[in-house]
Write a protein that binds this ligand. Sequence first.
Ligand code: NAI
Length: 673
Amino acid sequence: MGELRHWRLEHDAQDLAWLWLDAQNPVNILSSEVLQELGQAITLFDAKPPKGLVLGSAKPSGFCAGADVKEFAKITSRDQALTLVHQAHATFRRLAELPFPTVARIHGYCLGGGLELALACRYRVALDDAKTRLGLPEILLGIHPGFGGSVRLIRTIGVLKGFELMLSGNSLDAQTALRYGLLDYAVPERHLDRACRHLITTQPPLQRPAWWLRLLNFAPIRPLLAAYLRRQVQKRARPEHYPAPYALIALWQRFGAQEGMFLAEAESVAELLLSETAQNLVRVFFLRERLKGFGRSEAAFHHVHIIGAGTMGGDIAAWCSAHGLKASVQDLSPKHVAPAVKRAYQLFSRTFKRRHEETAARDRFIPDVKGVQLSRAEVVIEAIVEDLKAKQVLYRQIEPRLRADALLATNTSSLPLEELAQALERPERLVGLHFFNPVAKMPLVEVVQGKFSDPKTVEKACAFVRAIDKLPLPVKSAPGFLVNRVLMPYLMEAMLLLEEQIPQEAIDRAAAEFGMPMGPIRLADTVGLDVCLAVAEILTQKLGGEVPKRLRDKVTTGKLGVKSGEGFYRYRGGKPIVRKRVVSPLSQELIQDRLILRLVNECVAALREKIVEDTDLVDAALILGAGFAPFRGGPMHYLKQRGLEAARKRLEELEQAYGSRFRLDVGWAKLKY
Ligand code: NAI
């Protein structure tokens, strides 16, 4: 039997075995090698069973982050997928059937395959601190738990809570996990080992849901509950785009949480692993990892000062405070800061379960109308009105007061950095940090490098973005940067369709059926039609084209979208009034092509201009900054899958029918697909 490279086995004086996972990897993941060694370690117990086994992690960062996603990406056949999944199933079964008590000793992340491993132990104890997270996020990768976890989870915490966890992909903190019955104990560090020993010595009954919850697994009840669960999922994901949640519900409907579900789970997940959706979502996972790589730097951040407490500035400040930074917020008067304080407190109460953490975040959020904190901050973000002169006046006032090493960033969406920097003595210190609206929901931040920006400052800006747990994308300073530039033709096309009397519901439905989270008309209403108009005007000035009359008319008449109660839609309680039955004279496919191919054509133009380095970064930007259908892997990946020739031909047809706005960008000649 070979040496264990990823695990360390110890025995103590009370005849307990302690098996520590310490994978040859920065984080603990369950690669096939790690799983195989777990099997080896379990075999060691055959000869001399200990009194009990504690399974923990030797890494301070956490217990186990799950299966090895890199291995998923290499799978090309069902047999390969099944081999991988069966190996895990067999090993976890052996663990679950050990004749002595087993305890998972959890701290930090315990996700996906990691939680499935913990569920294969009889008992679970977790460290009760802010870093502990337990969850099954497989659904976000287009699959479902596949190492027996779906069966064991339902058996442990019941169908309702089990599906809640698996269908959302959300993770729980230790206290919530304890309440759900997922844990036996949630304890402070000093009691962790003692709690594990106590469970082994006393062997209390296993965690099980209440009897009435167990009844839900009975055959006559299952179809009803499954139909309810499907209806819930349908609100968020279509089966043709995201098959995994539907497959999981079907599995349970067929088997309850009985033995047969183990094998069926393995087969179902093997199938899903090969689906286009899973392959594309795994691709998105790696795109995210790539963006994280832009923020690797030693710089530490403690204090950010934000000028402009409006929609963006206020929410950026709140987000920074929630992520551990002191955030001082400056505006023209207390009246301007007050709404930001209110929204910040709402964010803190949503984010933090523990009172002291919420209070600490409030303490870090400092209204600072006079800007007394300005000279102390390492990062200063300007988010005042979109007006070149106003921003330049402000820069002249603040520059002499900035720390020598302070990073100065603007959140402008359309003003050229080079023009803004003219007001500075040291223009090299200015970069763009373009956050997206709503700040708390959009993971991407474009880090804009102006002609004068110092590359070191850009690097530092990327590190700052990571420090607040967002994803940085370095972009060249150019009109609309990347995301708005590419999104604008898509929105403008939607408005031209409106001018052709196509019902807005039909336009939005076509986009939703393509996989966009929200149709373009509703998106414009949500962003604000005044904001759309301002960006459209700047972009058309620089890049050509025309601003649709419908958009101008709406803004002139004060119909600005959700915020004014009416835009293209009318809103009641923040919800649009949507007509159910509308007939469109154009086919859905034509509407989709007009919207999406204009967007794709603009991506090609942006690539030609080297706004970002490569096609993968365009995909990352549009998925994470604009919600482009993730299961399609991004607009450039969509183009690849659709076929370059076919898309090119379609654009030529559209140009014939609708004019030069569909003309192929010259960048197509250089595309390498
Ligand atoms: P907003 O109008 O909601 O807020 C601007 C705030 O700046 C106001 O509270 C105003 O009182 C304050 N202000 C104006 N002059 C000031 C000065 N000299 N000193 C201190 N405070 C001053 O605007 P919003 O939407 O937050 O936009 C701010 C910036 O963010 C703009 O550059 C905009 O282009 C950009 N942006 C906006 C997005 C959006 O969706 N609203 C998205 C991304 C960027």
